[in-house]
Design a protein around this ligand. Structure first.
Ligand code: ATP
Ligand code: PLP
Ligand code: MG
Ligand code: NA
Ligand code: MG
Length: 365
């Protein structure tokens, strides 16, 4: 536990850092969801700091958690979200689990009424893992730096499957949506092992129903550079053809500003409904915003399944209110907000998360 105020001159080094589950769970809870987080890594602080220490969950340990849930008939979740993955063994275990379950019931599909199958554990397990697959945030790195072991990248790329890092789940009775934030990097840098990229591209993206890459991750997944708004839209088209019906490129850097591009393909093969939200860029590097953004997109999309633009307006408006508060609080405390990456003021922004005032509008293309 950490006191949420500022800590003297070590402001930038306080607390564990709001990334991953720290950034995603609280907002989902505020939006009314029950969330069971599994931490794939437990670090002293996030990897944006000069150094970090801690533990990485391995596949065997993940499997033990799944076994425990299954033994108690608790392995029933409607949504899964994955993020930063710290170890190859973790990915491999998830892969094995999926294979095993698919061999039990190869015809399984998900969607529709799960309640009817709720008592058949193997089926449920597959459903859960299908969702699991489809909500992968393939966290690998940012700004050219991997922040997971390099061997992970090929696991993502060459083997089948997927990542589960901050994996959050909650328990209503129907599956509406599953979200993959393909966390790999930012601003030109990979922060996961390079081998993860192809696993995300070839195995994970195809099973995601919603994908929330940043600029860099969209380039990694599509294989072409995005230098314009048009390129961003094209990236969404390519990603739709790979699988997900909803794609939100959470930020594209164009002309010194940020552009969110959303794209909802309501029917396979049809041209998607696309929109953009212009976001004035704050000249500060924040961490945890991607995890927060994905959590909010998931939470709001579940409430407005046919209005991705509305979900995005709500999510962006919350995030911007939070970032502006973060900036103001640091300035009030006497810090230069450009000097280091700032810890987001999450707890302090709960009203903006629960009921954001929409100040950022989606413009349809
Ligand atoms: P992260 O860098 O935390 O991994 P990401 O790169 O996955 O995040 P981004 O698209 O960079 O995700 O950020 C998510 C959202 O956070 C953006 O849509 C935007 O609303 C907001 N955001 C992030 N950084 C800034 C900034 N410097 N100025 C304004 N908004 C920002
Ligand atoms: N998760 C963990 C544990 C991290 O250390 C980081 C970055 O350092 C991330 C996730 C990436 O978070 P985001 O994409 O929200 O910036
Ligand atoms: Mg970013
Ligand atoms: Na993102
Ligand atoms: Mg991210």
């Amino acid at each position: 536990l950490h006191y949420q105020g500022f800590q003297g001159s070590h402001l930038a080094y306080k607390a564990d850092g709001y990334v991953g589950n720290n950034s995603a769970v609280f907002p989902l809870q505020l939006l009314g969801y029950d969330v069971d987080p599994i931490n794939s890594v437990q670090f002293s602080n996030h990897t944006g700091y000069p150094t970090f220490k801690g533990q990485v969950l391995n596949g065997k340990q993940l499997w033990e958690l799944i076994e425990g849930l299954e033994a108690n008939n608790l392995l029933f979740y409607t949504h899964l979200l994955t993020g930063y993955i710290g170890s190859v063994s973790f990915l491999n275990t998830v892969l094995e689990v999926i294979n095993k379950l698919r061999s039990i019931n190869p015809k399984l599909t998900y969607g529709g009424s799960i309640a009817a199958t709720a008592k058949i554990t193997p089926v449920l397990l597959v459903i859960v893992l299908e969702i699991f697959l489809s909500v992968c945030d393939p966290v690998m790195g940012d700004e050219g730096k991997l922040y997971v072991p390099p061997e992970l990248v090929s696991v993502y790329r060459e083997q089948r499957l997927l990542a589960c890092a901050g994996f959050v789940t909650w328990g209503t009775k129907r599956i509406f949506l599953s979200v993959c934030d393909p966390v790999m990097g930012d601003e030109g840098k990979l922060y996961v092992p390079p081998e993860l990229v192809s696993v995300y591209r070839e195995q994970v993206v195809p099973v995601a129903s919603m994908l929330t890459p940043n600029h860099f991750e969209a380039e990694q997944l599509t294989g072409f550079r995005i230098v314009s708004e048009q390129d961003g839209r094209k990236a969404c088209d390519i990603l739709h053809s790979a699988g997900p019906s909803k794609v939100v490129v959470t930020s594209i850097n164009v002309d010194g500003n940020l552009l969110l591009i959303g794209s909802h393909q309501k029917e396979k093969g049809q041209s998607p409904m696309q929109f953009k939200i212009l976001i004035p860029k704050i000249p500060t590097y924040f961490m945890g915003t991607g995890d927060l953004m994905t959590a909010l997109l998931l939470g709001w999309s579940n409430k407005y399944p046919d209005n991705l633009d509305k979900a995005a307006e709500l999510a962006v408006s919350s995030v911007q209110a939070l970032l502006l508060r973060t900036l103001a609080d640091y300035q009030i405390a006497g810090y230069d907000p450009q000097s280091s990456s700032l810890e987001i003021r999450l707890i302090q922004s709960q009203d903006d998360i629960r009921s954001p005032e929409i100040k950022y509008r989606a413009e349809a293309y």
